[in-house]
Design a protein around this ligand. Structure first.
Ligand code: PLP
Length: 431
């Protein structure tokens, strides 16, 4: 088993955090997002403890809400002592509606609207991660109108290719996110921001990508960010209190994927930054990190009911499930691999080679290709592991398929955190 929170009971059913997956499916329906709350907490603690041990005061992890954003996640994040980043007014409003302190929110986004900027300042969002000069102007106006000084980080691109997928690589010079260091524009950005009324620059932000498995890319990022900070100090006399290194630690989806030792990586990055600062005579800044995937991915499992199987002689067999790209578009977007089990027959030999197909009118609607599961009958529950990140958050109503419910598991009990969408919900929007 990929995870130690999974087990098999006497009925031969898969259990998640000790709870029978087939019973969850019977009680709450399928498809169903299942989130193991204790696993989320454990992932938070890994970051909290390592950052506390290796980095200066003021350093902390911020949960990147875009990975999985619903009200129920925020009390957990707050209780564990993390801040959070939000990338839209919708994410900010979700966190605030859940009672998350606005001053622990960091407002991201490459194209924040005027309304979002006004809303964020009004709500007392702790820090804006300013992406560009256009936005800075609006932010300054909104802050001055309310006679507040808005704390900001400047998002820069360090010109680094961490060799992940192009779709999730954000640190290159040619990117729609942030302002590049290499072209000299980031220095100009800093010059203007430092002279802008209504804002206080506390430091710099850079995010290099996602699904990164080694600390090397982060160490390169730290080198480049520090070199930039030094040039800002030398040219403009400004010393950053904070470096925000973004998110991006990878998680394994299948057994053959590598594992990241997050604490060891944080230690390596911290040591690298300490040494660099010492060499440059730069005061060690507080460090922020923005993990999304590595907080929630391995806490999530999606349950589907099997509609049946279809074998195309000479080609392959399909297992048809009652969800697919509408609740998990990651295969369609990135060809992502997943681990799949027949939760109804978890103790049986997984010897049925198949492709798990969704129900949309798209041949790309697949969850996994060439996997092996115990041969399912109609009604068997199929479990797809590691679906906590970028599944619920990326779901759609394509083909007017309804969004699944989300349940959270804690203390041997399941509670409904997001109810299943109804046709009434969909039609309510329409004239
Ligand atoms: C996507 C993103 C994150 C989170 O990335 P993960 O790979 O999920 O950890 C953090 N910060 C920014 C700016 C992002 O765009």
């Amino acid at each position: 088993m990929l995870y130690d929170n999974l087990s098999i009971n006497d009925a031969g059913h898969l259990c998640i955090a000790g709870i029978d997956a087939c019973e969850l499916a019977a009680e709450f329906g399928t498809p169903l997002y299942v989130l193991d709350e204790d696993r989320v907490r454990m992932n938070c603690r890994t970051y909290i403890e390592a950052m506390r041990a290796y980095l200066p005061e003021g350093s902390r992890p911020l949960y990147a809400g875009k990975a999985l954003c619903f009200k129920g996640i925020y009390p957990i994040i707050e209780q564990e002592g993390m801040g959070a980043d939000v990338v839209s007014g919708g994410e900010a409003a979700t966190a605030i509606a859940a009672g998350f302190p606005a001053d622990l929110l960091y407002f991201h986004g490459s194209n924040k609207t005027d309304a979002e900027i006004a809303y964020g300042v009004e709500q007392g969002i702790g820090c804006f991660v300013v992406d560009n000069l256009n936005e800075l102007e609006v932010l300054s106006r909104e802050a001055q109108a309310r006679a507040v000084i808005q704390r900001i980080l400047l998002r820069v691109t360090v010109g680094l290719d961490p060799h992940t997928l192009a779709a999730i690589n954000t640190g290159k010079v040619d990117s729609q996110f942030g302002v590049p260091i290499e072209t000299g524009q980031a220095l100009e950005f800093a010059r203007q921001a430092l002279a802008t009324p209504g804002v206080e620059v506390i430091g710099f932000h850079s995010h290099i990508g996602s699904q990164i498995f080694e600390p090397d890319s982060f160490c390169d990022q730290v080198d480049r960010l520090l070199a930039f900070a030094c040039s800002v100090r030398d040219e403009l006399g400004f010393v950053a209190q904070t470096f925000n290194l973004g998110g991006g630690f990878g998680v394994p989806y299948v057994d053959s994927d590598s594992r990241v030792d997050i604490a060891a990586n944080i230690a390596a990055i911290a040591e690298h930054l300490h040494a660099g600062c010492e060499r440059a005579g730069y005061p060690m800044p507080a460090v922020l990190m923005e993990p999304g995937r590595s907080i929630v991915a391995n806490a999530g499992v999606t349950l589907y009911a099997t509609g049946g199987t279809k074998t195309i002689e000479g080609y392959r067999s399909y297992v048809m499930v009652d969800g697919g790209m509408t609740d998990n578009p990651r295969y369609a977007l990135y060809n992502s691999a997943y681990t799949v089990l027949n939760a109804t027959r978890a103790a049986d030999v997984a010897d049925f080679a198949c492709t798990i197909a969704g129900r949309c009118c798209e041949s790309g609607d697949r969850i996994a290709e060439d996997v092996r599961v115990a041969r399912p009958e109609r009604g068997d529950i199929i479990a797809v592991l590691t679906t906590g990140a970028y599944n619920f958050a990326m779901s759609s109503n394509y083909n007017r398929v309804l969004r699944p419910a989300l349940v959270m598991l804690h203390d041997g009990k399941a509670r409904l955190a997001v109810r299943r969408q109804t046709i009434g919900d969909l039609l309510a929007l329409e004239a």
